[in-house]
Design a protein around this ligand. Structure first.
Ligand SMILES: Cc1cc2nc3c(=O)[nH]c(=O)nc-3n(C[C@H](O)[C@H](O)[C@H](O)COP(=O)(O)OP(=O)(O)OC[C@H]3O[C@@H](n4cnc5c(N)ncnc54)[C@H](O)[C@@H]3O)c2cc1C
Length: 142
């Protein structure tokens, strides 16, 4: 069955949707946890950049993101992520530490530079629907 994932819902190609299939909608999973000591953020799969910015700014922190607060953290990061802070601090993916990935067999793995590094490489620019199969004419299929 075709499957699609919706994060912030801002992909203009409509990759968050599929015809005749199932859309996994993360839009109510938007929690953000900031660790001010380590200067890190942990976000749920439907968090928007406005959610992350609001939480981070309370501790005087920021990270490169897009220019619009209502794009999704996950979706924008999958595409690289370029915004106001990028000229000084790089792309969003340059600041990504790790991801939790749910595999097709239902297992969950951590991907980072020291674990599943090939998967970590792929999600840093793999774009929307990496590992998904929403429909045959999706423009963002890797
Ligand atoms: C108004 C506007 C402004 C933008 N500005 C910028 C900008 O300044 N900088 C920039 O770099 N980009 C920008 N973009 C592009 C934007 O980053 C992409 O469109 C991105 O795909 C949006 O992500 P989303 O989560 O909001 O969208 P969605 O449509 O929800 O997601 C896009 C795809 O990402 C994948 N995805 C999303 N969430 C998850 C998840 N939790 N787990 C697994 N896969 C997931 C899915 O495959 C989904 O199909 C902008 C887009 C718009 C519409």
């Amino acid at each position: 069955m075709p499957l699609a994932i919706r994060g912030g819902g801002h992909n203009v190609a409509g990759s968050a949707l599929c015809d005749g299939g199932v859309v996994i909608d993360f839009s109510e999973m938007r929690r953000v946890e900031i660790d001010p000591e380590r200067k890190t953020a942990r976000v749920e799969p439907g968090a928007l950049w406005g959610d992350l910015d609001a939480a981070a700014q309370a501790d005087g922190l920021a990270t490169p993101a897009g220019i619009v607060t209502h794009t999704g953290v996950a979706g924008l990061t999958l595409g690289g992520g370029f915004g106001w802070l990028s000229r000084q601090w790089g792309l969003t993916v340059d600041n990504l530490l790790s991801v939790q990935v749910l595999l097709a067999d239902g297992s969950r793995v951590r991907a980072a530079s020291d674990e599943n590094d090939d998967l970590f490489w792929a999600v840093r620019g793999g774009g929307g629907n990496f590992g998904m199969s929403p429909n045959s004419n999706s423009s963002s299929m890797p």
